[in-house]
Design a binder for this molecule. Structure first.
Ligand code: SAH
Length: 524
């Protein structure tokens, strides 16, 4: 019988595998290094655990194998031996293995053990450092770990040592008085012991302490106390791991230097109901203001049953006076069909291009065309008023429209003497179902606000939520982009609390900021 080991060692010689031990940072997906990301892009296998942000998994090639070896939720998790064995086995098959680790691989991350094992097995490896939790928590909580006026040294300490050893094996005397700033990892369960030992070995009871939980994420929590009262305060607040415990005078600087959790929408969990394609930029805007954007796409864009009508109009752009585009979807689809017809923007040389608003105009500009006209009122009504003013009698107008769009534009412009073609450019459908995660988070009351950017986002979300809709949305701050969307929400019994003056995403965000600045304590 052939020996499987001999076979695999011959394979290994054909193509050499490698393991990258990658520090994935503390949680904010922006806090991974460029090099770490680059390794992920090239990985055949990604091995990860629960502190690494799931967003990184999508950075690996679609074909990459993804293996979870985390320790959450009491279910089976891989032992360190199993993980070591897995790294060697996958690399021996000639694969590029990305071993993602929370924070930095060599700071309380068992990266040292994994690297030693790889070294002993003769597997090539590289270590890509990451931003460790203490550095990240300090930066995001507004606590410089060192500052010339406060401290000149820093100690990183495990608060939960190897179970065989006792925590008391730490040199408490030196830690308490010999090091300026101390940061404890994995220390929440041992917090009473940590504060007791530091005090009894000479650190003043009044020494400030900050506990930073889920640092760098929208659910970051920071509690400031002293060595004397931290245990009671943590118990009262019910603060749980994962958190780092920062001990030292530098904690006092947080009052002046905090920035992350003072952003206007910090901690607000906001449902984004736009299509998956469109939600990215809006989510990024929400996140820049401190909110957690929870994707909940309730609309899918699908092509019309046939392109015949739109293609026919594209064939006679030479005779078209105005092209009206009323959404970025319409822009994308119009230009895709133009290209499919073997044409490019020059086919529009005779037509004036009308954009409904700045987003649409930007999408048009990205194709190398400056929109000729844009109404002050970013709605179909605005487009009609603008074109009537320009004079449309006898003009040919092309308006690629969405299936659900009102027929206001063709009706009004035809009444004004224009010849309007309104071929179908796209249809919007509701997805078959809502993601389990969104439903669960609504049930757990873990969502603060829901944003509606069109009437169909309202009706589709209500359809998807079904009979539970009223219960699940009760108490949420309902944000609507404009009067039409609000009217639909009211029709279905929802109370809209935030509606901006202008129907744009920017104005909607500004209105949210305004609202929460006046209702700061409703959802602390
Ligand atoms: N290698 C990791 C540490 C792993 S040990 C690193 O360099 O950061 C796990 C401990 O790290 C947790 O118990 C907690 O103390 C800390 N930790 C990890 N991520 C954290 C986060 N986002 N916020 C606060 N503490 C975190």
């Amino acid at each position: 019988m052939p020996c499987p080991y001999r076979f695999s060692s011959r394979m290994a010689k054909l193509k050499t595998g490698i393991v990258y031990l990658i520090g994935a940072g503390p949680g904010d997906p922006g806090l991974i290094t460029v090099k770490g990301m680059d390794c992920l892009h090239r990985a055949d296998v990604v091995i990860y655990d629960y502190l690494a942000n799931p967003a990184f998994l999508s950075a690996a090639p679609e074909t990459a194998e993804r293996i979870y070896v985390g320790k959450k939720s009491g279910k089976h998790h891989s032992s360190q031996d199993e993980i070591n064995g897995l790294l060697v086995a996958k690399a021996s098959e000639g694969k590029t293995v990305a071993r993602l680790k929370g924070g930095d691989p060599y700071v309380f991350g068992r990266g040292g053990e994994e690297a030693l094992y790889l070294h002993q097995a003769g597997i090539p490896f590289e270590v890509i450092p990451g931003i460790t939790a203490s550095f990240a928590a300090a930066a995001y909580a507004g606590i410089p770990l060192t500052h010339r006026d406060y401290t000149t040294s820093l100690g990183l300490v495990t608060g939960h040592e190897n179970p065989e050893k006792k925590m008391s094996s730490l040199d408490w005397e030196r830690l308490a008085t010999g090091v300026g700033t101390l940061v404890f990892y994995m220390g929440m369960a041992n917090l009473p012991l940590i504060s007791r030992e530091l005090i009894s070995h000479g650190r003043p009871t009044s020494t400030p302490v900050a506990i930073v939980r889920w640092a760098t994420t929208p659910k970051q929590q920071t509690l400031v106390a002293t060595l004397g009262d931290v245990v009671d305060k943590v118990a009262a607040a019910g603060l749980k791991p994962p958190a780092v415990i920062i001990v030292g005078e530098v904690v006092r600087l947080r009052g002046q230097l905090r920035w992350f959790d003072t952003r206007p929408l910090f901690g607000k969990r906001v449902l984004v109901t736009r299509t998956a394609e469109q939600s990215g930029s809006f989510s990024a805007m929400l996140e820049a203001l401190g909110a957690e954007a929870v994707p909940c796409p309730v609309i899918e864009i699908v092509p019309p049953e046939s392109w015949v009508e739109l293609d026919r109009e594209i064939a006679r752009l030479d005779e078209t006076d105005y092209l009206i585009l009323t959404s970025t979807n319409a822009v994308e689809i119009f230009f895709a069909r133009l290209q499919a017809a073997g044409k490019d923007v020059r086919a529009l040389h005779r037509s004036k291009v009308v954009a409904v608003g700045p987003k649409t105009a930007a999408a048009i500009a990205a194709r190398g065309i400056h929109a000729d006209l844009m109404p002050a009122d970013y709605r179909a009504e605005g487009v009609v008023a603008l074109l009537k003013e320009a004079g449309v009698t006898g003009k040919r107008i092309l308006y690629p429209k969405a299936a659900l769009a009102r027929d206001l534009i063709p009706k009004e412009l035809e009444a004004a003497g224009a010849r309007v073609s309104a071929p179908l450019a796209y249809r919007t459908l509701a997805p078959k179902q809502l993601s389990d995660e969104v439903r669960q988070r609504l049930k757990n009351r873990e969502i603060d606000a829901v944003t509606f950017t069109s009437s169909s986002t309202v009706t589709n979300l209500l359809d998807l939520l079904g009979a539970e809709a009223t219960d699940l949305l009760a108490g949420l701050t309902i944000v609507s982009i404009g009067p039409l969307t609000t009217a639909t929400a009211h029709k279905w019994g929802l109370t809209v609390t935030v509606e901006p003056k202008d129907a744009t995403l920017e104005a909607m965000l500004a209105a949210m900021v305004d609202y929460y600045s006046q209702h700061a304590n409703i959802n602390p």
